[in-house]
Design a binder for this molecule. Structure first.
Ligand code: CA2
Length: 189
């Protein structure tokens, strides 16, 4: 991702000022992206390198933080093996983040709760996978969360996350933010 200046950072709301007074210095804030990793992804880099690569989750999170800083953004990453905790993390993102990047792991293919949470928070959400789920076993071909996400990036190993961050930032920076955040705008399944 090419380094960018934080020109599109959000200005914090400033109080109304009297006519003729000095304009207040607006305090820009960085775009915030919540990165969520689902079950077993804490094992990355320790087993199954042929499928999931050799990069550890800590290395992915460090690179995401570096790329975000270079792009004038901030990431907070979290991993959970528990479906309900991931739902809670998605809900909590509404109070902090402008966008979500999520690899729901095995819950991709099973979790109505995660799909409902993504729909409920209405934040632009990018689904990422290390492996190409469409080239694997049939049960991995369908993602329950995909229809509530802006899009899906899979098959690029750790790069899927970095591309996902880039996509999330393009989404919040661009004029298509409303479209991204509005599940009604997408065809219903
Ligand atoms: O390709 C992906 O990113 C997946 O989300 C990974 C999930 C899998 O269930 C999805 O179908 C696709 C599995 C994550 C397991 O991660 C491991 C990492 C290292 C060693 C063993 C498992």
């Amino acid at each position: 991702m090419a380094p960018r200046r934080p020109t599109r950072a959000i200005a914090e709301r400033s109080p109304r000022r009297a006519k003729g007074s000095t304009p207040p210095v607006t305090k820009p804030r960085l775009w915030r992206v919540c990165v969520l990793h689902g079950p077993n992804l804490n094992l990355l880099g320790t087993r199954d390198p042929a499928v999931y690569g050799t990069t550890t989750l800590a290395e992915i999170d460090a690179e995401l933080a570096r790329l975000a800083a270079a792009a004038g953004a901030e990431v907070r990453s979290a991993q959970s093996n528990v479906e309900g905790e991931l739902v809670t993390l998605v809900q909590a993102a509404r109070g902090w983040a402008d966008a979500i990047v999520i690899n729901p792991g095995g819950y991709t293919h099973t979790s109505v709760a995660l799909r409902d949470a993504i729909e409920a928070v209405a934040l632009p959400t990018v689904e990422v996978h290390l492996s190409n789920i469409h080239a694997r076993e049939e049960f991995r071909h369908h993602s329950l969360v995909a229809a509530r996400c802006v899009g899906q990036i899979c098959g690029f190993g750790a790069q899927s996350y970095y591309l996902g961050l880039y996509a999330a930032l393009r989404c919040v920076e661009g004029s298509n933010r409303v479209r991204c955040a509005d599940p009604e705008a997408a065809p219903q399944e």
